[in-house]
Design a protein around this ligand. Structure first.
Ligand code: HEC
Ligand code: HEC
Ligand code: HEC
Ligand code: HEC
Ligand code: HEC
Length: 747
C-alpha cells in the first residue's frame, strides 16, 4: 500500500530526476555495444557542439526552424523549450536552459517563443471531422506509422508524439506529414508516401482531441529580438537552422572531454541537460573512447539501419525484424500468399539480390514493387540512405549460380513464355504480369523482375526459394534437381531457368504468357471528376490525371506546375498502375491528344526576348512546390502550388460555349502582385496562329482564348505563346471532341 503511493507520487511530480530519458526507438536491437554507442552519439547530437572527426558520430540534424511559426503554436513552444522532456517525455532535444533559476528559464523561453513566432505565420485552420478521424485511425495503424510510434494502445519503446493537439493545427500537421523531410531534414521521421487526402486524415486522427481553434498570437517585437540573441547565446543554433547564418564558438572536442563531467554528469551547469538513463551514460562514455577508432562497413551499415529504425520493419541477418507486439499492424490486401504479402521483405543479402540502380530507386525514391503490402517503404532523404546502396553491394557478395545459356536458335524467349504460362509452371497463378493477373491473388509483377533483381540471384532463388525465405509459398519447380516439365528443353533445370530469365529480361516489353486475363482496366469517368496521381507519359512520377464528366481530360505535371496534356474521350488505362512508385505509367486512351511544352510553366523574363528557362530535372530541383488540392462538390480539384514568392490556385471546369460545344475553362489566382516580367507559357509549337482578340489556334485540334493580351513570339524553329501575369487569369481551351463516334462521355 505504502510503496504504491510513493510510486504514484513519483509519477506525478515533474522533477528532473524523474524525467523520461530520451527514447531512441530500436536501439536495443542494434546488436554490438559499439554500434549502440555511435547511434546514441548521433541521435543526441553531441557532435553538434563538441568537435568530432568521427563520421558515424555526425549529429542528427535537428528540425529546421525557419518556418516553425507556421508549423507550431507559440504557447506550446514556450512550454517545450522551458522543459523539453517534461512536455514531451522521451524527446531527444536536451534541456538547454536547465541550469537557469525557474523565473529566468521561463523568461528566456518566452523571449525565444516570440522570436520563433516571427519565423513563418500561422494560418487559420479547421478542426478535424469525425469521418476524417475514423479514416485516419485506420491509415495510421496500417501504413507504417506504428512501426515506430505507439498504436492507440501504448507500446513502450515507441517514438513519442508529445501533445500534438496543443502544437499543430490540422493544416500545419497535414503539411508536415506530406513532406516531413523539409521540416526535419534529419530524416528520422521519414516521408511515408502518403497519397491524396491521407495526410489530412492521419492529421485529423492525431489531433482528435483538439476541440477549439487556436487563438491568433501577437508577437512582441522587443521580446522577439531578445529571443533572437538568446537563440545564439544558448547554442540553439548549434542544432537548429533558422535560415539566418550564425556561428557558435567551438567547444572542447569529444576526445578531450572528462567523461564524468558536464553533459555526462547529473549536475546542472552551463551545458545542455540530458535526462540520461545510467545505461545511456555508460554507453556514451564508452563511445567517447571510439572517437578515433575505425568502423567497418558492416558496422556503418548497422548504425544507419538502427538510427533510421529500418530494423523495426526489416530483418537483416541477426538483427531487427517486426516484433510480435507490432506484427498485427502489418497487413496486406490479400494475405493468402503468406507472410510476404504483409511483412516487409528481409534485407539479408539484399545487396546480392537487387541491382544497384533499383536499390537506389528504393532507398532514395521509395520505389515500390509490392502494392499489396499496406505498409509503405518510407523515404528518409537521399543524404541519409544513399550510401547504403553501395554499402549493401560491397557487403553482400553474389553467389555463383548454375545455369546453362539457351542459344537464340532455340527461341529462349518463346520457351520462357511457355514456362511462365498456365500450361507451364504457371507463374501467373500468383504473380501479376504487367499489372494483370490470372487470379485474384497477386504477388510481385513478373515484368519488374529483370529491372530489380540480379540474374544470378534469380537463378539461385528459383532453384531453392525456401533457402531464401523459409516459409515462402513460392514453390520449387525442380525438386531434387528434376524438372516438373521434362518435355521442355529436355527437362534441363539450368536451361529452363535461363529461358525464363531471357523471357523476363524483356521487362514490360515481354509478350503476355497464356492464361492471363487480358481486359484492360479502364478508369471510367461518370458523373464526377476522377483524379489519378501517377506517372504519365512525358511527365514522370508527379503526374495528376483528371477526367471530367463531359469527356475532356488533362494531365498536370505537379513538379513543373504545367498543364502537360489535354485529350478528349476515354480517360486512361490503369492496368499497369500501382500504388506509390513502381514503373507503372498511365496510358492515355482518348483522342485527339494535345501535348504542351516541357519545362517550367512559369518564369520571370528579364527582357521581352529572354529565352524561356530550361530545367534539367535529372540534376536540378524544381523551384516550385505542389501544395495539394481541395475538391468541390463534383470532385473537381483546385490545384494549389507555390512559385517563389507567389501562391497559386489553378482550377479547371467544363463549360459550354454558345454553340453548345464543351470547352475547358481554367482559372488561375495569384496570392500577391506579380513581379515584373512574370509570365505563364501557354503553348509552344510550329503552328500557332492568332484568330481574333486574345484567341489562338494551337495546332489543328486546339483553340485557346485568354482573358488578357498574350504575346506570340519566335522560339528557335517554333513559336511560343506567353501570357504576362499581372493579376488573376482565365483561359479557355476549346479542344476538338473525341474522334470516334460514341466515345465521348455524356455530361
Ligand atoms: C548545445 C551544445 C552541447 C551539446 C549538444 C552537448 N554538449 Fe557537452 N558540453 C557543452 C558545454 C557548453 C559544456 C561545458 C564546457 C565547459 O565547461 O567549458 C559541455 C561539457 C561536456 C562534458 C564535460 C567536459 C569537461 O571536460 O568538463 C562532457 C563529458 C560532455 N559535454 C559530453 C557531451 C555528450 C556525451 C553530449 C551528447 C549526449 C554532449 N556533451 C552534447 C555543450 C554541449
Ligand atoms: C521509421 C520510423 C518512423 C516512422 C515509420 C514514422 N515516424 Fe514519425 N517520427 C519518427 C521519429 C524518430 C520522429 C522524431 C524526429 C526527430 O527527432 O526529429 C518522428 C516525429 C513525428 C512527428 C512530430 C512530433 C512532434 O513533436 O512535432 C509526427 C507528428 C509524426 N512523427 C507522425 C508520424 C506519422 C503520422 C507516421 C506515419 C504516416 C510516422 N510518423 C511514421 C519516426 C517515424
Ligand atoms: C542538441 C541539439 C539541440 C539543441 C541544442 C536544441 N535543440 Fe531544439 N530540438 C532538437 C531536436 C532533436 C528536436 C526534435 C525533438 C522531438 O521531436 O522530440 C528539437 C525540437 C525543437 C523544437 C520543435 C521543432 C519542430 O519543428 O517541431 C523547437 C521549437 C526547438 N527545438 C527549439 C529549440 C531552442 C529554442 C533551443 C535553444 C534553447 C533548442 N531547441 C536547442 C535538438 C536541439
Ligand atoms: C515502416 C516500415 C519500413 C521501414 C521503417 C523501412 N522499410 Fe524498407 N520496405 C518496407 C516495405 C513495406 C517494403 C516493400 C515495398 C515494396 O516493394 O512495395 C520495403 C522495401 C525495401 C527494400 C527493397 C527490398 C526488396 O527485396 O525489394 C529495401 C532495400 C529497403 N526496404 C530498405 C530499407 C532501409 C535501408 C530502411 C531504413 C533506412 C527501410 N527500408 C525502412 C517497409 C519499411
Ligand atoms: C504459388 C504461388 C507462386 C507461384 C506459382 C510462383 N511464385 Fe514466385 N513468388 C511467390 C511469392 C508469394 C513470392 C514472394 C513475394 C514477395 O516477396 O512479396 C514470390 C517471389 C518470387 C521471386 C522473388 C522476387 C523478389 O524480388 O523477392 C521471383 C524471382 C519469383 N517469385 C519468380 C517466379 C517465377 C519465375 C515463377 C514461375 C516459374 C513463380 N515465381 C511462381 C509466389 C509464387
Amino acid at each position: 500500500m505504502k510503496s504504491s503511493v510513493v510510486i504514484l507520487l513519483a509519477a506525478m511530480l515533474p522533477s528532473f530526476a524523474a524525467a523520461q530519458p530520451p527514447i531512441i526507438a530500436g536501439i536495443e536491437k542494434a546488436g554490438a555495444e559499439k554500434v549502440a554507442g555511435a547511434v546514441l552519439m548521433s541521435e543526441l547530437a553531441c557532435a553538434a557542439c563538441h568537435a568530432s572527426t568521427q563520421t558515424v558520430f555526425a549529429a542528427k540534424t535537428a528540425p529546421d526552424l525557419s518556418m516553425i511559426g507556421s508549423r507550431a503554436h507559440p504557447a506550446h513552444l514556450q512550454r517545450f523549450i522551458a522543459s523539453p522532456s517534461n512536455v514531451k517525455p522521451g524527446t531527444t532535444m536536451p534541456d538547454v536552459l536547465a541550469h537557469l533559476p525557474e523565473k529566468d528559464r521561463n523568461d528566456a523561453a518566452e523571449a525565444l517563443m516570440h522570436f520563433l513566432a516571427t519565423l513563418g505565420k500561422q494560418a487559420p485552420s479547421a478542426l478535424p471531422t469525425a469521418e476524417a478521424i475514423e479514416r485516419g485511425k485506420k491509415l495510421y495503424h496500417s501504413v507504417g506509422c506504428v512501426a515506430c510510434h505507439s498504436p492507440e494502445k501504448p507500446l513502450p519503446g515507441s517514438v513519442p508524439h508529445g501533445p500534438l493537439a496543443e502544437k499543430y493545427t490540422l493544416a500545419s500537421l497535414t503539411a508536415f506529414l506530406q513532406d516531413p523531410l523539409s521540416a526535419r531534414p534529419g530524416g528520422r521521421m521519414p516521408d511515408c508516401q502518403l497519397e491524396n487526402g491521407e495526410a489530412a486524415d492521419i492529421a485529423s486522427y492525431l489531433l482528435r482531441d483538439q476541440k477549439t481553434p487556436f487563438t491568433p498570437f501577437q508577437v512582441d517585437a522587443a521580446l522577439a529580438s531578445r529571443g533572437q540573441k538568446l537563440f545564439v547565446e544558448h547554442r540553439c543554433n548549434a542544432c537548429h537552422a533558422t535560415g539566418a547564418k550564425t556561428l557558435t564558438p567551438p567547444i572542447i572536442a569529444l576526445n578531450k572531454l572528462r567523461a564524468e563531467e558536464g553533459c555526462l554528469s547529473a549536475k546542472k551547469g552551463a551545458w545542455p541537460h540530458y535526462p540520461l538513463s545510467e545505461g545511456q551514460r555508460t554507453a556514451l562514455r564508452s563511445a567517447l573512447a571510439d572517437e578515433a577508432k575505425s568502423f567497418s562497413p558492416a558496422e556503418v551499415a548497422q548504425i544507419t539501419l538502427t538510427r533510421l529504425n529500418c530494423i523495426t520493419c526489416h530483418v537483416r541477418g541477426e538483427i531487427g525484424g517486426v516484433s510480435t507486439e507490432r506484427s498485427d499492424y502489418f497487413s496486406g490486401r490479400d494475405e493468402t500468399l503468406g507472410e510476404q504479402t504483409r511483412i516487409p521483405p528481409a534485407l539479408t543479402g539484399v545487396g546480392a539480390k537487387l541491382k544497384e540502380k533499383w536499390l537506389r530507386e528504393v532507398l532514395v525514391n521509395g520505389a515500390s514493387a509490392r502494392p499489396y503490402i499496406h505498409t509503405r517503404m518510407p523515404k528518409f532523404g537521399a543524404a541519409q540512405t544513399e550510401h547504403l546502396a553501395a554499402l549493401f553491394k560491397q557487403l553482400d557478395l553474389p553467389h555463383s549460380a548454375a545455369f546453362t545459356r539457351v542459344g537464340d536458335d532455340k527461341k529462349p524467349r518463346e520457351i520462357g513464355r511457355e514456362l511462365a504460362g498456365v500450361k507451364g509452371f504457371n507463374c501467373i497463378a500468383c504473380h501479376t504480369f504487367r499489372g494483370r493477373s490470372a487470379s485474384p491473388i497477386r504477388a510481385l509483377d513478373l515484368t519488374t523482375m529483370a529491372e530489380r533483381v540480379e540474374e544470378n540471384w534469380f537463378h539461385n532463388f528459383l532453384a531453392h526459394p525456401q533457402k531464401f525465405v523459409p516459409l515462402t509459398v513460392m514453390p520449387g519447380f525442380w525438386p531434387d534437381g528434376k524438372s516438373l516439365l521434362p518435355a521442355i528443353l529436355g527437362g534441363n533445370p539450368g536451361m529452363q531457368r535461363d529461358a525464363l530469365w531471357q523471357y523476363l529480361a524483356q521487362g514490360p516489353e515481354a509478350r503476355e504468357p497464356a492464361g492471363l486475363i487480358l481486359e484492360p482496366l479502364v478508369v471510367k469517368v461518370q458523373n464526377e471528376a476522377v483524379i489519378v496521381r501517377r506517372a504519365f507519359p512525358g511527365i514522370g512520377k508527379r503526374g495528376i490525371g483528371i477526367g471530367y464528366p463531359g469527356g475532356i481530360n488533362l494531365a498536370f505535371d505537379a513538379e513543373l506546375m504545367r498543364l502537360a496534356t489535354l485529350w478528349s474521350g476515354d480517360f486512361i488505362e490503369a492496368s499497369s498502375l500501382w500504388r506509390g512508385q513502381g514503373s507503372g505509367q498511365a496510358r492515355i486512351l482518348g483522342k485527339p491528344v494535345v501535348e504542351f511544352p516541357p519545362g517550367p510553366a512559369f518564369a520571370v523574363l528579364a527582357t521581352a526576348d529572354a529565352t524561356w528557362p530550361v530545367l534539367d530535372m535529372t540534376t536540378e530541383r524544381s523551384p516550385f512546390s505542389f501544395k495539394g488540392y481541395s475538391l468541390d462538390a463534383q470532385q473537381r480539384p483546385t490545384l494549389k502550388y507555390a512559385l517563389p514568392g507567389v501562391e497559386v490556385t489553378d482550377f479547371f471546369m467544363e463549360r459550354r460555349d454558345d454553340s453548345g460545344s464543351l470547352y475547358l475553362q481554367r482559372t488561375l489566382t495569384f496570392s500577391s502582385p506579380s513581379p515584373a516580367g512574370f509570365h505563364l507559357r501557354v503553348a509552344s509549337g510550329t503552328m500557332i496562329e492568332a484568330q481574333g482578340a486574345n484567341t489562338f489556334a494551337v495546332g489543328t485540334n486546339l483553340v485557346i482564348k485568354m482573358s488578357a493580351q498574350a504575346v506570340l513570339r519566335d522560339a528557335g524553329d517554333a513559336k511560343e505563346l506567353l501570357l504576362p501575369v499581372r493579376g488573376d487569369l482565365k483561359l479557355e481551351y476549346h479542344l476538338k471532341p473525341a474522334s470516334t463516334e460514341g466515345k465521348g462521355r455524356k455530361p
